[in-house]
Design a protein around this ligand. Structure first.
Ligand code: ATP
Length: 335
């Protein structure tokens, strides 16, 4: 089945043009990508990889150095500013913006591509604004000032504004920056639900790798050495690209846990017998304490975790029992 891409590019170069005191700075050359509707796509890359530059180029805030971004089959530069704002809702992370407006006033700004800046809001506009605030669960704060909201609430308001804009595409630059874990999950989940239930095309940049792996349909990985690679999340995971694009000499991506782990200098081999969550956390404990997990059941050192309070160590045929990981740490340092 061939899907229709909403935003695409072939042979795109992005970066910053020559200025008086500086030569052209090319970040990426010959980029190719497609964004599809009904999907959440997460853009991952280290600090300075060029995520914001790519998002600005995609939304026509910045010109490409070469090539063009194609929006619904037509180069984006052929659209007027108003036409682009009816198609793409852009959410930037700016903590200081619009503090003097109330929640509903800020969300209402999303209607201006339709009404004009001095245009009056119709009943239809009011209904859309209310629905947008309900969709992101912020309607109970509709009369409060933006300056008095928490970061998570403000982020929801910015998303509601993009929803009120009724754009088929929403692009967000680090929408979960500054948020706690609950709000990070809530916002990312909300965006995924919007993509699926309202068939929107949603692209966001994030450093929240674990959340992106759980909720995004497509991943875009960006690295100055390796360029851009795109694919369905699980295809990207099994291609080992996450490690290649985001890992380094200190950390590597662990496919089993779906998270990054520190590369420890292992000094001793140990055989581990445990199941499920006990295996996961015992392995975590051992690796952090300088052990390498060995598959060899004849290893001189072996650990059996029956429960979190029943842990046995076997060394050279002798068995030692402990009732916590705290005790185990002391025991292992003595054996
Ligand atoms: N206006 C500018 N002129 C020249 N170079 C710039 C400009 N803005 C950003 N850059 C450079 O482009 C590179 C990419 O910056 P960008 O902000 O796109 O990265 P990022 O991946 O979004 O980073 P972060 O995760 O830290 O937000 C950086 O080396 C940066 O210094």
């Amino acid at each position: 089945m061939k899907r229709q891409s909403i935003i695409s590019a072939r042979g795109l170069s992005i970066g910053y043009p020559k200025t008086k005191g500086r030569s052209t700075s090319v970040l990426y050359e010959d980029m190719s990508f497609d964004l599809y509707s009904g999907e959440l796509t997460c853009l991952l890359g280290s600090n300075g990889a060029g995520k914001s530059t790519l998002l600005r180029t995609l939304t026509a805030l910045q010109s490409p150095l070469k090539g063009s971004v194609i929006l619904n089959g037509k180069p984006i530069i052929q659209y007027s500013e108003q036409e682009v704002s009816m198609l793409i809702g852009l959410v930037l992370t700016d903590k200081t913006a619009s503090g003097g407006l109330t929640v509903s006033e800020l969300v209402a700004l999303g209607r201006y591509p339709y009404t004009g800046f001095f245009g009056r809001l119709s009943k239809h506009d009011d209904a859309i604004i209310n629905k947008a605030m309900s969709d992101v669960c912020i309607i109970h704060k509709r009369d409060e000032y933006i300056a008095e909201l928490s970061d998570g609430e403000r982020q929801k308001v910015m998303i509601a504004k993009a929803l009120a804009q009724e754009c088929p595409i929403i692009i967000l630059d680090e929408p979960t920056a500054f948020l706690d874990i609950v709000n990070r999950i809530e916002i990312t989940n909300l965006l995924h639900n919007l993509a699926v239930s309202q068939n929107k095309t949603i692209l966001l940049s994030t450093h929240d790798i674990e959340l992106a792996l759980t909720l995004s349909d497509q991943l875009w990985l960006l690295s100055r050495n390796k360029g851009l690679t795109c694919g369905v999340t699980e295809d990207i995971i099994f291609s080992d690209s996450i490690d290649q694009f985001l890992g380094n000499s200190q950390i590597s991506f662990d496919k089993h846990s779906g998270s990054f782990v520190t590369k420890h200098q292992a000094k001793r081999d140990i055989n581990l017998i445990a199941e499920g969550e006990l295996y996961y956390w015992a392995k975590n404990f051992l690796q952090r304490n300088g052990f390498s997990i060995s598959e060899n059941t004849d290893a001189t050192l072996s650990l059996k975790v029956i429960s979190a309070s029943e842990i046995e160590v076997v060394k050279d045929g002798s068995t030692y029992s402990t009732s916590s990981f705290g005790e185990l740490k002391i025991l292992l340092s003595q054996l």
